[in-house]
Design a protein around this ligand. Structure first.
Ligand code: CTP
Length: 403
């Protein structure tokens, strides 16, 4: 989603400057071409060499640089940018820009650019709540500048309160959202993610290898594209994505209940969750004690949530687009086609989970999307974020084509 985007990362002087290094890594990992611009104070905290090495681009610290001035360095930088992100942004730099002052490479670049600008402020809590700062921020917001607000926490100055730089992930997400076309605006998309947990007793459960990464990637991508997102998630270790409704569940039955009460309001349901097919017949209230040399567990079939939705769609006027996933170890196309028909789906994303770079627990995936009309689309190895956008492209297309 940020592939080949030209981003200027402005770094101001503050202890949070080291977090800009992590933000730079997120941008470059997503394929962006990043030019770092530092204030003089910023280079007291992190050396330009760190940013230069990680961005593979020269770092800009001086307004007048004899080499860059061949093409008026700060102006050409500002002209070429798709987005300017300033993280951390100090009260001083925000105040200068709000007042139209351009007296160094960073403020000059911001004043000269026509690209969107995102500020991620970081400062002492009393500076942050100072009405002068607040007025500067409000003024910039009125002019269309974006802000990723600081969070509350222990500040480097010893105070506790608001002023801590937002996490690099949150700033990255805001940046990605600014650069994304809102083609799912006004649409509601429900996504299920992660494994389910079927308890045997208070200590043990049956589950699977799903990490939730694919479902969370789709949820974040749908949010960026302007959709209202409902993410129903089994237990995962992933952080809650910002800006969407996260409903946490444990078992397949809980997931079914949460899906069913919401489906009627959704334009699409994407079932990326790896739902356990069976659960123990009995969930013991006390820990099962060890006895004998062997043991067996009696299981009963779980409801098939997607099949239930497919039945609802064929027996009512439910218009929701249904998207399934098929995790297969063999006969990918045949098994996916069977599931697509049996569950009455609009499309199914099939992936071979025996490959080490696709399926469970990795950041990449390789899939084939099969459609109701018998056509298919192969997606070579790509990040789960990119695959999320390919799936959403198909959904957006179907929504557009639906009268
Ligand atoms: N699914 C579901 N409820 C279940 C089982 C599966 O909603 N009880 C959904 C999954 O979320 C996925 C699709 O059905 O979108 C296919 O899941 P998968 O585990 O690949 O296949 P199953 O239908 O369970 O069949 P099998 O395990 O025999 O391959």
């Amino acid at each position: 989603m940020l592939k080949d985007k030209k981003i200027i990362l402005g770094v101001c002087g503050g202890i949070a400057a080291y977090k800009a290094v992590e933000l730079l890594r997120l941008f470059t990992k997503a394929g962006a071409d990043v030019n770092v611009v530092m204030t003089r104070a910023a280079s007291e905290f992190v050396t330009p060499l760190t940013f230069q090495t990680l961005s593979s681009n020269p770092v800009h610290t001086e307004l007048f640089n004899l080499i860059a001035e061949q093409e008026i360095g700060h102006i050409s930088l500002a002209d070429r940018a798709d987005l300017v992100v300033i993280a951390p942004a100090t009260a001083n730099v925000i105040g200068k820009i709000a007042s139209g002052i351009a007296d160094d490479i960073l403020t000059t670049t911001v004043m000269a650019t026509k690209a969107p600008v995102l500020f991620a402020p970081a400062m002492n809590v009393n500076m942050y709540t100072n009405p002068i700062y607040q007025e500067n921020e409000a003024k910039l917001r009125r002019f269309g500048y974006f802000f990723e607000s600081p969070v509350t926490g222990a500040l480097a100055c010893g105070w506790e309160g608001s002023g801590k730089l937002a996490s690099p992930e949150a700033i990255f997400e805001s940046a990605a959202s600014i650069l994304t076309e809102k083609d799912l605006d006004g649409r509601t998309i429900l996504i299920t993610a992660g494994p389910t947990r079927e308890e045997l007793d208070p200590v043990r459960y049956i589950t699977n290898h799903s990490s939730g990464k694919m479902g969370y990637a789709i949820a974040k991508a749908a949010r960026r594209r302007g959709a209202t997102v409902l993410l129903i998630s089994g237990p995962t270790s992933l952080p809650a994505p910002a800006g969407l409704q996260l409903i946490k569940v444990s078992s397949a039955v809980e997931m079914l209940n949460e899906v069913m009460v919401r489906v009627a309001d959704c334009d699409a349901v994407i079932k990326a969750a790896a739902v356990a097919d069976y659960r123990p017949v009995v969930r013991e209230s006390s820990k099962i004690k060890k006895s004998g040399d062997s043991s067996s567990i009696r299981l009963v079939k779980n409801p098939d949530i997607l099949a239930e939705l497919g039945r609802m769609k064929s027996s009512s006027n439910l218009q929701t687009i249904l998207v399934g996933f098929a995790a297969e170890t063999d006969s990918l196309a045949e098994n996916a086609a069977i599931k697509l028909n049996l569950k009455n789906l609009d499309m199914i994303v099939a992936n071979d989970v025996t490959q080490s770079d696709a399926g469970f627990n990795v950041d990449t995936n390789r899939a084939v999307i099969f459609f109701r009309d018998g056509s298919s689309k192969s997606c070579d190895l790509m990040s789960k974020d990119d695959l999320a956008d390919v799936i959403l492209d198909q959904i957006a297309m179907q929504i557009r084509e639906t009268p």
